[in-house]
Design a protein around this ligand. Structure first.
Ligand code: GLN
Length: 522
C-alpha cells in the first residue's frame, strides 16, 4: 500500500490480512489525517483516538495469535453522532444532549465492535438529523472538502465529508429523507439507504421512526456492500427489523453486471428543476449503463409530486412525539428558569427545551404537534398517510416494467454555506428526489456521476430498487462506477483539492481560500 488513507476499505482489509500494515498503523494514519485537515472540514464532533488505537491493538494481537477474524477487522470507521455508543458522547448535533454518555451500544455499533473495526469517533450532523446542509448542527457546520465555502450535504455532512477527505474509509449515516444519499451526491462519494428494516434501528436516536434507516457512506460501491453486509440483518431488539438474510450485496457489487437490467427513468424526477450540469452527468451515466448492456424504460410516478408535502407532515408528527423524551428529567441538559425560586418540573422542561433545541427542531415540533392535534389530525396527518400509500403504489407500478429506477440524487451541486439557512422551503426542496424512497421503505443508493461543467462540483445519480432487493443497487452502482472510473482515468476524489497539502490555505476565511478569491476574506 503506497498511501494507506487513499486506499479503499476493501484494499485496506486485504493489506491487513496480508500483514502489509497493522491496524494500529492504519488507524494512526487516519488520526494523523484528521489532525491535519479536520480543523478546516469539521467532520467530527468527537474523536476517540485512544479508544480507536486500543481497539486496533486488540485486533492486531488477535491476528498475531492466529485467530480467524472478520474480513473487515482492523479497518477503521467513523459513526454519525445519532448512534448510541457506550462510553462515547452522543449529542445528535444538539445542545440538549451535550455531555450525555450512553450506557449502551446501538446494535450496529456493537456489530462493528464485534467485527473488530476501530471506531475513530462521532460525526457532525444537523440537529436530530433535520436538515440538508449540516448547518443546523449546534456545534457549527461541516465544510465540503471540494470547496470549504460550500455545504457537505445533510443531515449527514460529517459522514460524507469524513470519507471524502480521507479521514476514514468508512462511515455510518442515517437517511430519513435523503441524509445519506444527498450528502454522498454533493461530495462525490457513495451512500446507501438500505430497505427499511434492513439495518437495525436499535440504539439510533429516532427522528421519524417509520422513515429512519441507517446505512453505509463510502468511497466505492464495493466498500458500501462490505459495510452493508456487516451491519445488516435481523435484530430481535428492533421490532421493525426484517427477519431474513442480508441481500447478496457483496456478490452483486463484485459482479457489477447490468446485462438486460431495465432501468426506469422517473419522468417526474428529471429535466426542469435540476441544474443543467447535474442533468447532463445523469444522462451520460445512463448512456454508460446502456453501453454495458442495460435497457432504459421511462416510468411515471405521478404522486411523487406530493411526496415532499406528505413528508413534512409525517416527519414532524413523528419527531414531535420522539423528541418529547428530552425533558431535562432523565438525561442530558437541564436548565433552570431565570429568576424562579422554586421552579416546577414543567418550568424546568420549558427552560431546557427552549435553550437546548435549535430553531429548526422547534419549528418541526410545533408543526408536528399541530398536525396531530384533534380536529386537524385527519386533515393533515391522515391525508399525508394516504399520499404515502399512493406513492408506494406508484413504486409498485414502476417496478412492473423496471428492475431499478434512476434520477439525479439532488437537484443541484453543493450550495454555499449560508445560502439557504434562512429559507426552510428552499432547504427542504433538496430532498425532492430522495424522499419518496423513505415514504415507501424501498432502498436507494447515490453514486458519483462526475463534476458539473458549470461549477466543477460533484454530481450524483440515485438508484432505487424494490424493498429487499438491495443487491440490484449494488449491481448497477458498481457497473456505473467501473464505467465512469475508466472514463475519468481514476477515482473522482483524486480530483478534489488535497486538503492535507493545502489545509492551512483552504481554511475558510484564510487569505487564499476560495471565499477570498471571490469576495475577500471574512
Ligand atoms: N433533509 C431532510 C430533512 O431535513 C432529510 C433528513 C434526513 O434524512 N435525516 O428532514
Amino acid at each position: 500500500m503506497t498511501d494507506p488513507i487513499r486506499s479503499t476499505a476493501a484494499e485496506m482489509a486485504a493489506a491487513l490480512a496480508a500483514g502489509e500494515i497493522s491496524s494500529v498503523e492504519l488507524t494512526q494514519a487516519h488520526l494523523d489525517r484528521t489532525a491535519a485537515v479536520d480543523g478546516a472540514v469539521h467532520a467530527y464532533l468527537h474523536v476517540d483516538g485512544a479508544g480507536a488505537l486500543d481497539q486496533a491493538k486488540a485486533i492486531d494481537d488477535r491476528r498475531a495469535a492466529g485467530e480467524q477474524l472478520h474480513p473487515m477487522a482492523g479497518v477503521p470507521i467513523a459513526v454519525k453522532d445519532v448512534m448510541a455508543t457506550k462510553g462515547l458522547p452522543t449529542t445528535c448535533g444538539s445542545r440538549i444532549l451535550e455531555g450525555w454518555i450512553p450506557p449502551y451500544d446501538a446494535t450496529l455499533v456493537r456489530r462493528l465492535r464485534e467485527a473488530g473495526l476501530p471506531i475513530l469517533g462521532k460525526l457532525n450532523m444537523d440537529e436530530f438529523a433535520m436538515g440538508s446542509s449540516t448547518e443546523h448542527s449546534a456545534y457549527g457546520p461541516t465544510h465540503n472538502p471540494w470547496d470549504l465555502t460550500r455545504i457537505p450535504g445533510g443531515s449527514g455532512g460529517g459522514s460524507s465529508s469524513v470519507v471524502a477527505s480521507f479521514q476514514a474509509p468508512l462511515a455510518i449515516g442515517t437517511d430519513t429523507g435523503g441524509s445519506i444519499r444527498q450528502p454522498a451526491a454533493v461530495t462525490g462519494t457513495v451512500g446507501t439507504k438500505p430497505t427499511y428494516g434492513g439495518v437495525s434501528r436499535y440504539g439510533l436516536v429516532a427522528l421519524a421512526s417509520s422513515l429512519d434507516q441507517a446505512g453505509p457512506c463510502t468511497r466505492t460501491v464495493l466498500d458500501a456492500a462490505l459495510l452493508h453486509d456487516l451491519i445488516g440483518g435481523h435484530d430481535p431488539l428492533d421490532s421493525t427489523s426484517i427477519d431474513a438474510p442480508v441481500p447478496p450485496v457483496v456478490e452483486a457489487a463484485r459482479r457489477a453486471d447490468v446485462t438486460g437490467m431495465r432501468i426506469g427513468i422517473v419522468k417526474e424526477l428529471t429535466g426542469a428543476g435540476f441544474q443543467a450540469g447535474v442533468q447532463q452527468r445523469f444522462d451520460e451515466a445512463i448512456a454508460a449503463l446502456v453501453a454495458r448492456g442495460a435497457e432504459v424504460v421511462e416510468v411515471s410516478c405521478p404522486n411523487f409530486e406530493y411526496a415532499l408535502a406528505a413528508y413534512y407532515l409525517i416527519l414532524p408528527s413523528e419527531a414531535s412525539s420522539n423528541l418529547a423524551k428530552f425533558d431535562a428529567m432523565r438525561y442530558g441538559l437541564r436548565v433552570l428558569p431565570d429568576g424562579v425560586a422554586d421552579p416546577s418540573a414543567e418550568q424546568v422542561m420549558a427552560a431546557t427545551r427552549d435553550a437546548g433545541f435549535g430553531d429548526e427542531v422547534k419549528r418541526r415540533i410545533i408543526l408536528g404537534t399541530y398536525a396531530l392535534s384533534s380536529g386537524y389530525y385527519d386533515a393533515y396527518y391522515g391525508s399525508a398517510q394516504k399520499v404515502r400509500r399512493l406513492i408506494a403504489d406508484d413504486f409498485a407500478r414502476a417496478f412492473e416494467t423496471a428492475d431499478v429506477l434512476a434520477s439525479p440524487t439532488a437537484p443541484t451541486t453543493a450550495f454555499k454555506l449560508g445560502d439557504k439557512l434562512d429559507d426552510p422551503m428552499a432547504m427542504y426542496l433538496n430532498d425532492i428526489a430522495t424522499i419518496p424512497a423513505n415514504l415507501a421503505g424501498v432502498p436507494g443508493m447515490s453514486v458519483p456521476t462526475g463534476l458539473a461543467p458549470e461549477d466543477g462540483l460533484p454530481t450524483g445519480i440515485q438508484f432505487l430498487a424494490p424493498a429487499t432487493k438491495d443487491e440490484r443497487l449494488y449491481a448497477v452502482g458498481a457497473a456505473l462506477e467501473a464505467a465512469l472510473t475508466e472514463t475519468w482515468g481514476g477515482p473522482l476524489l483524486d480530483r478534489a483539492p488535497d486538503l492535507l497539502l493545502a489545509s492551512a490555505d483552504l481554511r475558510v476565511g484564510a487569505p487564499n481560500s476560495a471565499d477570498a478569491t471571490t469576495g475577500g476574506a471574512r
